[in-house]
Ligand binder design. Structure first.
Ligand SMILES: [Zn+2]
Length: 52
């Protein structure tokens, strides 16, 4: 897969793709990966929480 989460694309995202991960509660991390929760809601999580 191409590097789709890098470079200038981040500047277009709110807070440049950074924020607080809802799963690990790490702050200032890039939230780039969609994750479906138990309540069937799609949220953005960090790379550490991407793997299932
Ligand atoms: Zn996380």
């Amino acid at each position: 897969m191409a590097k789709k989460n890098r470079g200038k694309l981040l500047n277009k995202l709110p807070a440049r793709g950074r924020g607080k991960c809802p799963l690990c509660e790490k702050t200032g991390i890039k939230l780039l990966y969609p994750y479906r929760t138990e309540t069937n809601t799609l949220i953005q999580v960090c790379k550490n929480c991407r793997k299932k």
